[in-house]
Design a protein around this ligand. Structure first.
Ligand code: GUN
Ligand code: FE
Length: 550
């Protein structure tokens, strides 16, 4: 092992802090070697490549006359651990156990006895565990790099929230008694107006991002408010917390209160461009700027067109709302009499493209669905919001059949839960409701969405909607490692697991009955942003697996 001295000593330092070695002396008493003594043994070990245990012991005793004796096994153990640490690759993390993800052909593929390797934040290999020894030899990693998952644990891709409003979180779980247009004027615009206060913005946005990460949302598409400074704060918080995100300063010039609207079209465009440049200026960032016209009723045609040009100029995402309620769609036809449909308003102004996300899209004609499919525009399906505001049931099956990309969105605070598991469950229930309505009307066969399809929408589907499926969404090699370590028996888990449960049952139980307590680790681009592994579980599993696997 030839490593620079500085590397060796820093590895040893880390190792020494992590492992306080306790062992028995010949008399059977537990004795802890002092830190200084342990360090001296490590220094002796790392001075010379081929030093023997005998030589190490003699040198140590000579340099430390206050120690009367030290056993060879003590030195051996320190040497072994030291070597393991030196040999391991600090840039690698390896997982052994069950993997669950969606692919183009399988909405929820469960793979047992797998090994997944991450190097510098990207997935390097996904193999059967039988290849472990071979992989260790090839890549030079050791057990120090490996997390052996227990039988209650599995790894899944991070959840993707394709539509949420960070400044509406102060209203989460409140004020859900009005339909959309009244709800906006009565509750939502006044709440968003508070973000002229940047101190308040920082407080709220920090809590929002922490809450989403805690719930396993590794990527989110955020609406902010019209305020440039507060929106910059949201982007900064996202950047510093490490969540992957697209984020937009909201644009709106009409049909909103005077105290909460952009000053003019030129100010709207100038500030939007400034925000885009500001976010693009972040180094090594997972945060992307997004052009965010609130929806057609608040944005005149010239604003929509100019914003589309900004998005094209900077190759940015676009996000907006589309056909969420019938009164809204009727209103849009009055506001844009030249347009045959609501979708045509966005299409004509060139807002629809492969990096555009439209939220809701409930009341679309088949022709409008075809336009979305042709443009590659994705739909953020927000079932919780659509039920709370009584907006309607989105027919996701039909959108998918017509080739439209669909992901899930929490749409807080139209929806009340920031947790994508809630969206996943409500997505299945809305689809069941459509199936029941169809059956009652004898309106032909309708296959409701399965929880597996909803799982796909919450992961790979969401990544496609955000045009990020080349980077995230599942465990394909070379994708970035955005992942959740799930433990159905985590401390305080709300899930009952029974002795006859197989892996698939554990995964299903998590999707239906799990919550953030079961999400014990959260990774974004390979970085561990959250870790609440009950070390008892993880360590026990590691010890058991290590003894069989090595
Ligand atoms: N349409 C325009 N603005 C909004 C909003 O803030 N929430 C929802 N659900 N729909 C909208
Ligand atoms: Fe929304």
């Amino acid at each position: 092992m030839h490593l620079a001295k500085s590397t060796v000593s820093s590895v040893v330092q880390v190792f020494r802090k992590e492992h306080r070695i306790q062992r028995k002396t010949s008399t059977g008493r537990k004795k802890k070697l002092s830190d200084a003594h342990e360090q001296r043994i490590m220094d002796i070990l790392t001075e010379k490549d081929d030093i023997t245990i005998e030589e190490t012991r003699n040198k140590f005793l000579m340099l430390n006359p206050e120690v009367s004796n030290i056993s060879k096994s003590t030195i051996y153990r320190i040497m072994e651990n030291c070597q393991m640490k030196l040999k391991s690759r600090p840039d690698m993390e390896v997982f052994v156990g069950t993997l669950v993800h969606a692919t183009d052909s399988d909405p929820m593929l469960i793979m047992q006895d797998m090994v997944l390797g991450v190097i510098n934040g990207k997935i390097e290999f996904v193999e059967s565990v039988e290849e472990l020894q071979q992989l260790k030899a090839e890549y030079g990693f050791t057990d120090a790099n490996i997390l052996y998952m227990g039988s209650s644990q599995f790894l899944m891709p991070g959840l993707v929230d394709t539509h949420t409003h960070a400044p509406q979180f102060p209203n989460n779980g409140l004020a859900l008694d009005l339909p959309l247009l009244e709800w906006l004027q009565t509750y939502t615009f006044p709440t968003e107006a508070n973000f002229s206060d940047t101190v308040f913005a920082r407080e709220v946005y920090s809590k929002v991002v922490d809450r989403l990460l805690r719930n396993g949302t590794t990527t989110a598409a955020y609406f902010a408010t019209i305020h440039l400074d507060a929106t910059k704060i949201l982007a900064e918080v996202l950047h510093s917390r490490g969540q992957r995100a697209i984020v937009g300063k909201v644009n709106m010039l009409r049909n909103c209160p005077e105290y909460y609207r952009e000053a003019s079209l030129s100010v709207s465009l100038r500030e939007t461009e400034e925000f885009i440049r500001y976010v693009k200026g972040f180094e090594n960032s997972l945060v992307l700027p997004c052009v965010t016209p609130r929806f057609a009723p608040t944005c005149p045609e010239d604003q929509l067109g100019e914003l589309a040009q900004l998005a094209i100029k900077f190759d940015c995402h676009v996000q907006t709302h589309l056909c969420e309620t019938q009164p809204e769609a009727t209103w849009v036809k009055e506001l844009f009499p030249w347009a045959k449909t609501y979708t045509e308003v966005y299409d004509f102004t060139r807002l629809l493209g492969a990096k555009t996300i439209v939220a809701h899209a409930i009341w679309l004609s088949p022709q409008e669905m075809t336009i979305l499919a042709e443009r590659g525009t994705g739909v953020a399906h927000c079932p919780s919001s659509n039920l709370s505001l009584r907006s309607g049931h989105c027919n996701v099956r039909e959108l998918l059949n017509r080739g439209v990309k669909v992901g899930l969105g929490s749409d807080c605070s139209g929806g009340y839960s920031p947790c994508m598991l809630d969206s996943l469950r409500k997505c299945v229930h809305v689809s069941n409701t459509i199936a029941m309505e169809r059956a009652a009307q004898q309106a032909g066969d309708y296959t409701p969405l399965s929880h597996k399809e909803a799982f796909k929408m919450a992961t790979l589907g969401g990544a496609k909607v955000l045009s990020m499926d080349d980077k995230i969404g599942n465990f394909e090699i070379d994708k970035e490692f955005d992942a959740l370590l799930i433990d159905v028996q985590a401390k305080g888990s709300p899930i009952d697991v029974f002795s006859q449960d197989n892996v698939e049952m554990k995964v299903d139980r998590f999707l239906y009955n799990g919550d953030d307590r079961n999400i014990v680790r959260v990774y974004v681009a390979g970085k561990r942003l959250l870790d609440s592994t009950t070390s008892a579980n993880a360590t026990a599993a590691a010890v058991a697996a290590a003894t069989t696997a090595t």
